[in-house]
Ligand binder design. Structure first.
Ligand SMILES: Cc1cc2nc3c(=O)[nH]c(=O)nc-3n(C[C@H](O)[C@H](O)[C@H](O)COP(=O)(O)OP(=O)(O)OC[C@H]3O[C@@H](n4cnc5c(N)ncnc54)[C@H](O)[C@@H]3O)c2cc1C
Length: 336
């Protein structure tokens, strides 16, 4: 097993070869890592949260391996908003810039792959298995694997998702000001989205896609504001390249719209934390303490899988996880 300093020298050699090229693919350096290497941390998921943690860890000279499926949840949205300094920038550009900055740190290695299993070993380490049947060892594991949106099975919905069917007023609402807007939801969620969309437009209707389910108080407020509720099930969203123009209902009636707010159910994108025994919250997020440590010691998690969905939060929780893991590593090293 190599020491931290030897590892740093070794990975500096590997990264100096790859940093000369411009393509992000050139950062894939894993072939130079031997399977006996013991990493301080393996980060599973190398999007905003994982990269943020890697930045904090890399700056503390921790030996980090990022294994990333490279499928961030916002990849279909043309522009990302509400993240300071990057407002209106394409999601891929934000992560490209992040990678450019993070991979400068010579102890951080990145490999584009899916992780399929993580085992706890008898000697307090973790064995991480990639789909290529490679195995990597680490003292800590950090999950930054995000959430999966369970898109509604309505024709055209998936094509419009992230473009004109949007889940969040903070991310994309400002761009939809005064547009003809539908809330595709029911009950408390519909009422909540309606409340958030109301300052942005008065051209609002609610599509419950089945029998409406509002409290008397909610129904009274909706009536008082003159907002129409349509209960007829939806068969199709007509659109041009993801820009919705019309909702078609089962009875062949239709509604012209320019934007739809819809927040489908989410599940954990990766169920390995649950397989390891990590607990979930009632909302299906991974339960973590205020240091981002899960209910299993030395297994950490950050980003969407643990908290409110935004790039800013993903980066904040990633940084917090990086800090907490590094503190634990320093405590272990310093006392030994
Ligand atoms: C359509 C849409 C639009 C959005 N727009 C905005 C916006 O404008 N502004 C904003 O602030 N937020 C926006 N968000 C929210 C934002 O995208 C998320 O908060 C952010 O992407 C969370 O980052 P993350 O790193 O936690 O997860 P993700 O970005 O989802 O990344 C998770 C990573 O983990 C990898 N992964 C998962 N499982 C494995 C595995 N087993 N092995 C290896 N890798 C794995 C994935 O491939 C992926 O690369 C939007 C979300 C959506 C869905």
């Amino acid at each position: 097993m190599v020491s931290r300093r030897e590892f740093i020298q070794k990975s500096t050699l590997a990264s100096s070869t790859i940093l000369v090229a411009n393509s992000l693919e050139s950062f894939v350096v894993i072939d130079s890592v031997d399977e006996d290497e013991l990493f301080d941390v393996i980060i599973i998921g190398g999007s905003y949260a994982g990269l943020s943690a890697a930045l904090t860890l890399g700056r503390s000279m921790c030996k980090v391996l990022i294994l990333d499926g490279n499928e961030p949840c916002n990849r279909m949205t043309p522009h990302s908003h509400n993240f300071l300094t990057q407002d209106g920038v394409a999601p891929g550009q934000i992560s490209a810039k992040a990678k450019e900055q993070v991979f400068k740190y010579e102890t951080v290695l990145y490999y584009s792959t899916e992780v399929e299993k993580v085992d706890k070993t008898a000697n307090q380490t973790f064995l991480v298995h990639s789909v290529e049947q490679k195995k990597y060892k680490a003292k800590f594991v950090l999950f930054a694997t995000g959430l999966k949106d369970m898109l509604l099975p309505i024709k055209g919905y998936a094509d419009c998702w992230g473009k004109s069917v949007i889940h969040c007023t903070y991310c994309h609402g400002y761009e939809q000001i005064n547009r003809t807007t539908a809330i595709l939801a029911n009950g408390d969620l519909a009422f909540h989205l309606l409340m958030l969309a109301s300052p942005l437009t008065t051209k609002l209707s609610i599509l419950t896609n089945g029998q409406a389910n509002f409290t008397v108080e909610q129904q009274n407020i909706i009536n008082k504001k003159g907002i129409k509720i349509i209960e007829t099930p939806i068969t199709e969203l007509k659109h041009k390249q993801g820009q919705v123009s019309e909702v078609v209902f089962r009875d062949n009636s239709n509604l012209q719209v320019e934007v739809i707010y819809s927040r489908p159910a989410v599940i954990q994108k990766c169920n390995i934390p649950s397989q390891l025994g990590c607990e979930l919250t009632e909302q299906g997020l991974l339960k973590v303490d205020n240091q981002q440590e899960s209910t299993i010691p030395r297994v950490y998690a950050c980003g969407d899988m643990t908290s409110f969905r935004s790039i800013a939060t993903a980066i904040a929780t990633g940084s917090a996880a990086g800090r907490a893991i590094n503190t634990q590593l320093c405590q272990l090293d310093f006392k030994s």
